[in-house]
Design a protein around this ligand. Structure first.
Ligand SMILES: [Zn+2]
Length: 345
């Protein structure tokens, strides 16, 4: 078993009435590698209808309401969106994602579209869905059907409106997440003033802003491939601080920009950002602690597969080299959700 701290433990997976669990045992053969299901802490599945736009500055691409993404979303019908989102969810599943934080745009309509897309998939990952209201009354309605709010930058909304939404989440015990420090630090101080439950990006925050967020123990989700795409690569100091932060999270961000595949994210996070496979693993599995979730699904890899054979460090091969193609099984409380052929010796 690959543990979230990068160590490995010998043993086997046992299925009983309560579900699947790992049992330690020195006598087990070293044949397969198990890991907890992966967690994607930041995804927008809503833009699955627009894949791979040209390289454009961040505002032209995603800023509401006039960015390319929002103009295209406006022009697409619900059915088209549902089909695209359900395809994305299936892809997440077959690349080992068990848990994800969905940042949903388009208010109530967006939530309806998402639920219909999830219902089309037999065994979807477990989603926490953060919605985005455009008014306080809509926010009140949205908290009945979502797990909280996932707002874009403080640049895009009036601060009073964000304060009202923050209050609503606190009253109802829901999550309040916000994007900040994606291209510069200008929106970080107002975001911190809202005392959010999750900050997304923060790669262009100043070291003192980042320190402030960390002193408040606010989980920070970085999206390395998305930052590379928009040209917002953090400096060494910020990366060093983030890499050591115990509440770091990792997400794949917009499906428009990146395939929702955590293996690809892990490789970039390690090689280009943190140069530390253990920091990446901790960040990928952190949501189990953060949301106090029991591990209920395990991924299965064949240690004889070309990518693991002759590895000098299993944790590093898992982060830097492993791909969805290496995944031979995904097992949860309902049995196998995915089963592929085993490599021959
Ligand atoms: Zn985002």
């Amino acid at each position: 078993m690959l543990n979230p701290d990068g160590s490995t433990t010998r043993g086997r997976l046992i299925r009983d009435r309560e579900g699947i669990k790992f049992e330690e045992g020195e006598d087990s053969k070293e044949e397969f590698l198990f890991s907890p299901g992966l967690c994607n802490s930041h995804i927008h599945t809503g833009d699955s209808v627009i894949k791979d736009p040209p390289y454009l500055p961040l505002e032209k691409l995603v800023s509401p309401p006039d960015g390319l993404k929002h103009r295209i979303l406006e022009s697409k019908g619900d059915e088209e969106k549902i089909t695209a989102i359900s395809g994305t969810i299936e892809l997440m599943r077959y690349s080992g994602t068990s848990m994800a934080l969905e940042f949903r745009e388009e208010g109530i309509r967006g939530i309806r579209i998402f639920h219909r897309a999830v219902n089309r998939i037999r065994n979807p990952p477990e989603f926490k869905v953060l919605s985005r209201p455009s008014s306080t009354p809509e926010g009140e309605e949205l908290l009945k059907v979502s797990d909280g709010f996932g707002m874009s930058s403080t640049r895009d909304h009036s601060f009073r409106f964000l304060e009202e939404l923050r209050k609503l989440c606190r009253k109802e015990g829901r999550l309040f997440a916000i994007h900040a420090g994606e291209k510069d630090g200008d929106d970080v101080d107002p975001a911190l003033a809202l005392d959010p439950d999750i900050l997304v990006h923060m790669v262009k925050a100043s070291p003192s802003q980042l320190r402030m967020a960390m002193d408040e123990h606010i989980p920070i989700c970085v999206c390395p491939r998305s930052s590379v795409f928009t040209g917002n690569i953090p400096g060494k100091k910020i990366l060093g601080m983030l890499g050591e932060y115990d509440s770091l999270l990792i997400g794949t961000d917009n499906v428009m920009i990146n395939a929702p595949d955590m293996f690809r994210e892990m490789e970039v996070a390690s090689k280009l950002f943190f140069r530390d496979d253990y920091a990446v693993l901790r960040a990928v599995f952190n949501p189990y602690n953060l949301f106090q979730k029991k591990i209920e699904e395990y991924l299965i890899f064949d240690l004889k597969s070309p990518n693991f054979f002759n590895t000098s460090r299993i944790a590093s091969s898992f982060v830097r080299r492993c791909s969805a193609n290496d995944l031979i099984g995904l097992i949860g409380k309902n049995g196998f959700l995915l089963r592929r052929k085993v490599f021959k010796e």
